[in-house]
Ligand binder design. Sequence first.
Ligand SMILES: *Cc1c(COP(=O)(O)O)cnc(C)c1O
Length: 437
Amino acid sequence: MRYYSTNKNTPDVSLKEAVVKGLAADNGLFMPERIEKFEPAFFDGIQDLSFQEIAFEVAKKFFGEDIEEAKLREIVYDTLQFDCPVVKVTDSIYSLELFHGPTLAFKDVGARFMARLLNHFLGKQEKLVNVLVATSGDTGSAVANGFLGVDGIHVYVLYPEGKVSDIQESQFTTLGQNITALEVEGTFDDCQHLVKTAFLDEELNQKLVLTSANSINVARFLPQAFYYFNAYARLKEAGKLDNKKLVVSVPSGNFGNLTAGLIAAEMGLPVKQFIAANNENDVVFEYLESGEYKPRPSVETIANAMDVGAPSNFARILDLYKHDHAVISTMIKGYRYSDEQIRAVILNVYKEQNYLCDPHGACGYQSLSEYLAEDEIGVYLETAHPAKFTETVENVIGKGKIVLPEKLADFMKGEKQSEQMTKDYDNFRSFLLKSVV
Ligand SMILES: *Cc1c(COP(=O)(O)O)cnc(C)c1O
C-alpha cells in the first residue's frame, strides 16, 4: 500500500517510509491510497470474534500487503494485551473504556502498535532513531512507555511546563533509559511547533534520523480504528443493536481518534453518526457550523488533552471528504463544553448513574445525552482513567473518592528527571545535536 501526503506536493511513499518519516516532506499528513471495505458478512458475524481477532482483521486491511501475516498477528496481539470493554452507563449510553492499558489512556493502543512496527521495520539499523513527540499530557506517557527499553530508539518527549497533571508528568519523566523529557516554557502548540520545525529542517535531518510518534504518524493513527469495530461487536453481541442505530461520540483534541473512526466507517462499519465533543478549544466545532476553519492559540481547560488550537488531523478529515463542508458537517456533529459544564456532567453522572467520567469522557457522554433519538444507541470513548485527573475530578465529587490504580501509583514513586527548554527553535535544535552524538 502506498501513502500520499494530504498536501499532494510530494511523491507517494511506502508504509515503512511513512512510519519512519511521520510527516510528509511537504508538511502534509500521510493517508493510505486505498481504504478497503469489509464484506457485509463480516459484520453479520463480528460478534463472535474477540477484540484481538477483530483487530487483526482490520490490521490486515491496512498493513496486509506490507507485513507478513504471522508478524502482523504478533504485533497486533502483543499490542492488545489489555481489553477495551464497552460498559453500560445508562440504558442508551455506553462507555468504551480505553483506559485499561499501561498508561491508562487510549493512546496506549496506537503507541504500542507503532513501537512494535517501527522496531520491525528498523531491524538492525546502524544509526540511532530519535522519536520526537509533543504532548499535551497523555501522548507522552503512552509513547514513552510503548518505546521504553526498545533498542536503537531514543524518545524525546516535549511537554508544556505546568500544563500537565502530576500524574501525567510522572509517567514520562521518571522512566530514564532511552526516554528524555523536555519541559518547554510554553503551550502544547509551541511543543508541536518545535517538533514540526525539526522534521522540516533538512540539515538536521541529514545529521540525525528523526521520526515522530504523534497521532500524525499512520502507525499510531490507523490502529485506533480497532476499538471502534470492537465497540460495535460487543454491543451487537449484547443485543443492543437489534433495532437501534449506533452513534459514536469522540472527545477530540488533535482529532486523530475521530479520524480513525471515520476511516472505520469508510471500511463499512455501520455508524449512523459521529460526534466531535470539544472543550472550549472549538475551532472544528466552528468549522462545522460555519464552513470556516480558523485555527487559533489553545486555551487551558480541565480537559487538557483536548487543549489544541490547530488540530493536526483536521487535514486528514478534509482530505477524506474532499474538502466538502456539506459532507463533513453531515458526517460529524459538533458539541462544545465549558469547564463549568464539564464539572457538572462529572458530578451528575457520578450521582445519577454511579459512573465516574474523566473530564474528556464527560464531554462525550454529555453530547450523547443531548443528541440521541429513540431509535439510537450511543457509545462515547472514555479516553482516559479518571484517576489521571484526580485533582480535577475530586474537586467535583469530593476528596479521597478516587482510588489510584496500582499502575499509576507506581509511576508516582519514581524521581522526576527533565530538561528545561524555551520555545525557541534554535535552542531545541542545538540540544538535539549535542545530546545525540
Ligand atoms: C489525546 C487525548 C484526547 C484527544 O484525542 P485526539 O486523538 O488528539 O483527538 C482526548 N482525551 C484524552 C484523555 C487524551 O489523552
